[in-house]
Design a binder for this molecule. Structure first.
Ligand code: PGA
Length: 247
């Protein structure tokens, strides 16, 4: 079934991030074994800063929390400055009381012949943890969620994918040139994401307005994987006024 996706607009990206952090804090305080799906990129940085503040100043404990990240670049080991493993520890995990055993990201260095097993094990680990209670998403210019680029199937699972040239272009500044950007990644699938009980997609700034409009009100199409979220019963888009003004 297709649902209109509710959009909550906040004056600033800080305020939007605080609202998402409050939802996460409520979940964490109310459930013995909450499971979070986490995202990387510029968009969730203020959310992670707020979760760290809640931990330090308001006693929010992550000791009983399990996390699964959306994706990882192929070819980058954990220590690589652009790996998502590195990103997550730098921007969140190093600053909260999470048990490292409860942190999960796909591996960027698993041997090629092991990738399928690795992806199946990632799906199984999510299931064994009880499924994702709350999935945080960003959205790329291509309409990707995770690294599910146009053409991804609605029921796709964790798998190896090739990155869209636009996505590689957007990552070029972080890598010091497009030729340094990996060509592949391992990502949760659209189906994996849609299995989450609640989904919060964050998008800020005028440049994201067109893709957010298309995802929320356009046709549901594999040419814009974020539009699949119209078929999820509990997704909200959290946007800032700058995006709203441009949409
Ligand atoms: P960004 O990336 O947060 O860096 O804009 C979002 C995404 O590609 O999903």
């Amino acid at each position: 079934m297709t649902h209109p996706i509710p959009r909550k607009t906040f004056q600033t990206s800080e305020a939007a991030s605080q609202a998402v952090a409050q939802e996460i804090a409520t979940l964490i305080r109310g459930k013995p074994k909450p499971v979070l799906g986490l995202a990387t990129g510029g968009t969730p940085l203020k959310l992670y800063a707020e979760l760290i503040r809640l931990h330090r100043e308001e006693g929010l404990s992550f000791a009983h929390v399990t996390t699964f990240n959306l994706d990882e670049y192929c070819g980058l080991d954990r220590e690589h400055p652009q790996s998502y493993w590195n990103f997550m520890w730098r921007h969140l995990f190093d600053h909260i009381d999470i048990d490292p055993a409860n942190v999960h990201l796909p591996s960027g260095t698993v041997a090629e012949q092991e990738i399928n097993n690795h992806c199946a094990a990632y799906e199984a680990a999510i299931m064994n943890a009880g499924g994702i209670d709350y999935q945080v998403l960003g959205i790329g210019r291509t309409g990707h969620i995770g690294f599910n680029e146009p053409g991804s199937a609605i029921d796709s699972k964790t798998r190896h994918v090739l990155l869209d040239p636009i996505t590689r272009e957007d990552a070029a500044k972080d890598f010091g040139g497009i030729e340094q950007v990996p060509t592949g990644a391992i990502t949760m699938g659209c189906g994996t994401i849609l299995s989450a009980r609640r989904i919060a997609l964050l998008a800020f700034g005028a440049a994201k307005a067109a893709v957010v409009d298309a995802a929320t009100t356009g046709p549901v199409t594999d040419q814009l994987p974020a539009s699949f979220l119209q078929q999820h019963p509990a997704t909200t888009f959290f946007v800032d006024q700058e995006l709203a003004d441009a949409s």
